[in-house]
Design a protein around this ligand. Sequence first.
Ligand code: ZN
Length: 238
Amino acid sequence: MTVEKIFERDAYAQRCDAVVVSAGSDGIALDRTVFYAMGGGQPGDQGVLRQADGDDIEIIDTRKGDGPGDILHIPAEGAALPAVGAKLVAEIDWQRRHRLMRIHTCLHLLCSLVDWPVTGGQISDGRGRLDFDVAEVNFDKASLTAGLNRLIGENHPVASRWISDQELNDQPDLVRTMSVRPPSGQGRVRLLDIDGVDLQACGGTHVAATGEIGPVEVVKIENKGRRNRRVVVAFAQA
Ligand SMILES: [Zn+2]
């Protein structure tokens, strides 16, 4: 069965009712979930599965399973597993997820400011990075920081929509990353549209408008090889 991925249509959903489909030491599968599974450079969610008897199961990570679209909620070591068929409430660590959404959306803004192919990216709590396939850079920390904060201040709306795999193949420029392909093979691909700023295939979670990201700072531009410049962005220190 296909798990209903509530985070794909509503990144702000913090909890949902769900039924346990399978439970093992490698993870717990539900019929629907608000937990984002690690992918596209974004970490998997953490949180709890709240059972009817009051026992909470701590979830330390969320990963994709073997089947296409499968999502496994990884329990803390030693946690008791729920019974298959049990009803529970799945609830993410929202504070952490919201920080990840803000940084993730900020990386889209960074993409729009740096006109070079992206070879990789990573999001962690409070910071994120993109690697660009470029030998000589014509940007610096101060100019990128100013550009990002301008786009954040302009509060551009962020929206997603679906297109078919075929439509994506017909518009290869919608894929910015050379190494991270968007999730495909399910007949459709999600487009992330920051109005007037950036449009690309992406399966992650984002804030609803760029102003929600808050002030950021480019903290590092690293030389990671002959044609690889790594740009690291973090929330500005208050
Ligand atoms: Zn994205």
